[in-house]
Design a protein around this ligand. Structure first.
Ligand code: 3EB
Length: 321
């Protein structure tokens, strides 16, 4: 299934094609490599890619305008804003996250793209404790406080997100925001993350399961990082195939709840985070046949925010309205 809008979806581009895109680029994300595109915002994340290497590229509908605001670097094209911030990990993850999110929310409002759609979070050493609490949980606390201070209800007004590990102790976040408001969607077989009970940390994770953006003729859904979670509990502990299958069920339910009539065949881009690189082939063998042959895929080795989770999968799907 091809997507009617080239500008609202990520393009997973092989390194040799990066210099020959032939049109304006909003931003390029490189994983474990450098991948700067002249004129575009560039993000480089220290992590290992599995399978054939790709950069994540966001196209611009015209020559983008660029700027910076409180440590957030951004580019926008009249409809979409791409922003990013990075910390090298010199101080605590909680205040670093709070300050970075505050700057991101302010930058999005100040530039006229107040509707955050989707955030990608890479937290260095995500499962390691710091000051008596796992760094992921401290990241959640900082994120929660920033959304609260910015006046969010911390419910169905939150963007969808992914949160995984990377090398080192820094934080790299990138996000997209729009002039138009998105519509948040939850997964009926999962407790909303923003209502997770305190056993997963003092502050619930501030994200929605999906955000839908509609244009004139079509809709795009940004599905959050999705795992083998039912209710609020992890399932299939120690069972890789079981976790992949449960995750695919969750993705399918969120896609069809987001876009009427949509199925996994309408998914145009899938990014899979795998805790142990050795599991790459086993995961791909189950996942790839569930997707359309034209679906773009990118695989990364990354720690997932709950230590029993072996895989987290995110998706973008499109559908004519
Ligand atoms: C889960 O369902 C798995 O904290 O931003 C997935 C996507 C997960 C995003 C986040 C966490 C986040 O709870 C973990």
């Amino acid at each position: 299934m091809s997507c009617p809008s080239r500008y609202l979806v990520p393009h997973y581009v092989c390194p040799s094609r990066l210099e020959h895109l032939g049109e304006a680029v909003l931003a390029a994300v490189a994983f474990g490599a450098s991948g700067a595109v002249p004129g575009a915002v560039s993000v480089s994340i220290p992590m290992r890619q599995l399978g054939s290497p790709h950069h994540e590229v966001w196209m611009a509908r015209r020559e983008p305008e660029r700027g910076a605001h409180g440590g957030v670097e951004f580019a926008h094209d009249g409809e979409l804003l791409f922003g990013t911030f990075a910390s090298n990990g010199a101080s605590d993850i909680e205040p670093v996250t709070r300050d970075a999110y505050t700057a991101a929310l302010m930058a999005a409002r100040a530039t006229g793209y107040p509707n955050l759609l989707r955030m990608w979070n890479h937290v260095g050493s995500i499962n390691v404790p710091e000051e008596g609490l796992e760094r992921y949980r401290r990241f959640c606390a900082g994120r929660y406080d920033a959304f609260a201070a910015a006046g969010y209800e911390l419910g169905s007004d939150l963007p969808s997100a992914s949160a995984v590990g990377m090398d080192g102790r820094g934080l790299i976040t990138y996000f997209i925001a729009a002039r138009a408001a998105g519509v948040q969607v939850e997964n009926p077989r999962q407790v909303s993350a923003y209502r997770y009970p305190p056993e997963y940390g003092p502050r619930s994770p501030s994200f929605s399961r999906a955000t839908v953006l509609s244009e004139d003729a079509n809709s795009v859904v940004y599905v959050a990082g999705t795992s083998s979670v039912v209710g609020h509990a992890s399932t299939n502990a120690g069972d890789l195939a079981g976790q992949v299958e449960e995750t695919i069920r969750n993705l399918e339910i969120v896609v069809s709840a987001s876009l009427p009539g949509a199925t996994l065949r309408d998914v145009v881009a899938v990014k899979t985070y795998i805790r142990h690189g050795r599991d790459f082939e086993a995961v791909a063998r189950i996942l790839t046949p569930a997707l359309s042959p034209s679906c773009q895929q990118l695989f990364l080795e990354a720690d997932i925010c709950r230590s029993e989770l072996l895989v987290e999968i995110e998706a973008v799907a499109c559908r004519a309205r």
